[in-house]
Design a protein around this ligand. Structure first.
Ligand code: IPE
Ligand code: IPE
Ligand code: MG
Length: 260
């Protein structure tokens, strides 16, 4: 539930080009998803190690969580680590895994305070033990929260997700609990990591790359895509408003024709 008073207080001091009044609060997207990209470039531009960019990116993610709660968004999802990101140096992967665990522990009070339920997209069981344990604890502690759902994609790859769904569906057919004829779009959606969540209405990718990088290929079928050159550590609540304003100016046809 949106708290109008907190919302207005949160968005005071707007820059000249965007403000809360630009947004139609009756048409806030239910599910907003982020490909949080550009941490490395942000750090390199400052002559710092890539790791500093990841650390700075945590602040942007915390702000995106708070902004989402204030706006009354139902589901926020964010791509933190892909199945392809294991190709990075051992040092970088190690740092990210530690950072995920440390951040989650540190942010638990925020999730409690804001009534945020945490879920993970991806195979978290093959993460380093400490990270996995912290993630499980986060799931447990927030299971009953009924405010916003925050879905963090870690060790997530859309093709792996679809292959896993196909495997699980095949096993149900083989065991006789599912008829092959009954496999439709909702059965497939129900076997993805995002089961039970609405599809994203808005996808934001930072740092200017025009690709999906194996993210939510099924779920993004009709999602509006907003790409900004802003690097993730610089992404602010004002950039978030700019993305929603652009989303609200789009004409979503879903394959039909304009009726207006
Ligand atoms: C996104 O930033 C964070 C992760 C993929 C973990 P990058 O680390 O990809 O930053 P760039 O794209 O190299 O600048
Ligand atoms: C996508 O960013 C994955 C995450 C943001 C976690 P990448 O930086 O890995 O994507 P590519 O390699 O530029 O496609
Ligand atoms: Mg990148």
């Amino acid at each position: 539930m949106r708290d109008e008073e907190k919302l207005r207080a949160y968005f005071t001091g707007a820059p000249s080009d965007v403000c809360l009044e630009d947004i139609d609060l009756a048409r806030i997207p239910r599910h907003v998803s982020f490909i949080m990209d550009g941490n490395g470039r942000w750090a390199q531009a400052r002559g710092m190690a890539r790791s500093k960019g990841h650390v700075a990116g945590v602040d942007s993610l915390r702000e995106a969580v708070t902004t989402s709660v204030r706006l009354g968004i139902d589901v926020l999802s964010a791509y933190a680590f892909s199945t392809e990101n294991w190709r990075r140096s051992h040092e970088e992967v190690d740092l990210l895994m530690h950072l995920f665990a440390k951040t989650l522990i540190h942010e638990m009070p925020l999730f409690h305070q804001e009534n945020v339920r945490l879920v993970f997209l991806g195979d978290i069981s093959s993460l380093p033990r400490q990270t996995y344990d912290v993630f499980c604890q986060g799931l447990d502690e927030t299971r009953d929260h009924d405010g916003m759902t925050f879905a963090l994609a870690v060790n997530y790859g859309s093709r792996a997700e679809i292959a896993r769904a196909a495997r699980n569906i095949a096993m149900e057919v083989a065991s006789g609990t599912l008829e092959a004829d009954a496999i439709d779009e909702s059965v497939i959606a129900g076997h993805l990591y995002t089961q039970g969540l609405p599809d994203p209405e808005l996808l934001v990718r930072t740092s200017g790359e025009l690709r999906l990088s194996n993210y939510l290929l099924w779920q993004l079928a009709y999602t509006e895509i907003f790409v900004t050159d802003v690097l993730w550590p610089d992404f602010s609540k004002w950039d978030y408003l700019r993305a929603i304003r652009a989303f609200q100016a789009r004409n979503r046809r879903f394959g039909g024709v304009d009726t207006a």
